[in-house]
Design a binder for this molecule. Structure first.
Ligand code: ZN
Length: 123
């Protein structure tokens, strides 16, 4: 596969989830916590025109909600002391969101990148 071939969607999304360039899989996808690089320093792929908007936040909520809502509900009805459980629960939820949000953004950017490339190749 040459540098200009678009990787399959699954490969690109896995690379994005691991915070590396969906095209080459060698360079970092983000220059800051949630700021993607404009251009990949290895393969030169331009990511400046790909905007994920609210997609990563939506995807993070969609991925974490089925796990965190039952845990929060279980803690709330458990009868454990609220002064201990709520701060621990808040830290766990915020930590999970902060851990998953950039990965979901990478995944989302990769999906948008592959979709855009395949549309351009079809024309
Ligand atoms: Zn690259």
């Amino acid at each position: 596969m040459s540098q200009t071939d678009t990787p399959p969607l699954r490969t690109a999304c896995w690379r994005g989830f691991r915070l590396i360039c969906p095209q080459c899989g060698q360079a970092k996808l983000f220059s800051a916590y949630l700021k993607p690089v404009d251009v990949c320093p290895v393969c030169g792929t331009d990511y400046s025109s790909i905007k994920a908007d609210d997609g990563p936040a939506w995807l993070t909520i969609l991925a974490l909600g089925p796990f965190l809502v039952p845990v929060a509900f279980g803690v709330a009805v458990s009868g454990w002391p609220a002064i201990l459980t709520y701060p621990v629960l808040a830290v766990a939820i915020i930590g999970a969101v902060l851990l998953l949000l950039p990965r979901m953004k990478g995944l989302f950017l990769a999906a948008l990148f592959v979709n855009r490339r395949s549309q351009n190749e079809a024309q």
